[in-house]
Design a protein around this ligand. Sequence first.
Ligand SMILES: Nc1nc2c(c(=O)[nH]1)N=C([C@H](O)[C@@H](O)CO)CN2
Length: 127
Amino acid sequence: MSQQGLDEVLIEGLEVDATIGVYDWEQDIQQKLIIDLTLAWDCQRAGQSDSIDDALDYAAVSQAVERWIQAKPRALIETVAEGIAELLFKDFGVNEVQVKVSKPGAVPTANNVAVKIQRTRVDGPFG
Ligand SMILES: Nc1nc2c(c(=O)[nH]1)N=C([C@H](O)[C@@H](O)CO)CN2
């Protein structure tokens, strides 16, 4: 995925309960979303310094994503994916992201439904 380098930080299978859906009844319940993130990040500095200050802190990212999703109800999983990409650009200095948002309970006859987007920050060095 990464254009700027080969390194990536991954967060896989982050489960977040959310108010999400296009139908009225979905605004009264919580449904599980599963978030998978691939984040372009130069890991070399952190690997050499052994300092969290040089790393993209996957724990902090996970917490921020969960908070953003739970901050208010939304209709579409596309909106969740775009919002997460914006959050990562704005608050974590990431320049390139792949965001997959799964809603596994949405279609009873399917194992999973999801959207996956790839975005590059427009005001970043590669945008
Ligand atoms: N492309 C999408 N299609 C649908 C969405 C969505 O978020 N993106 N959502 C719904 C409903 O909320 C559905 O999940 C309820 O079962 C339908 N299609």
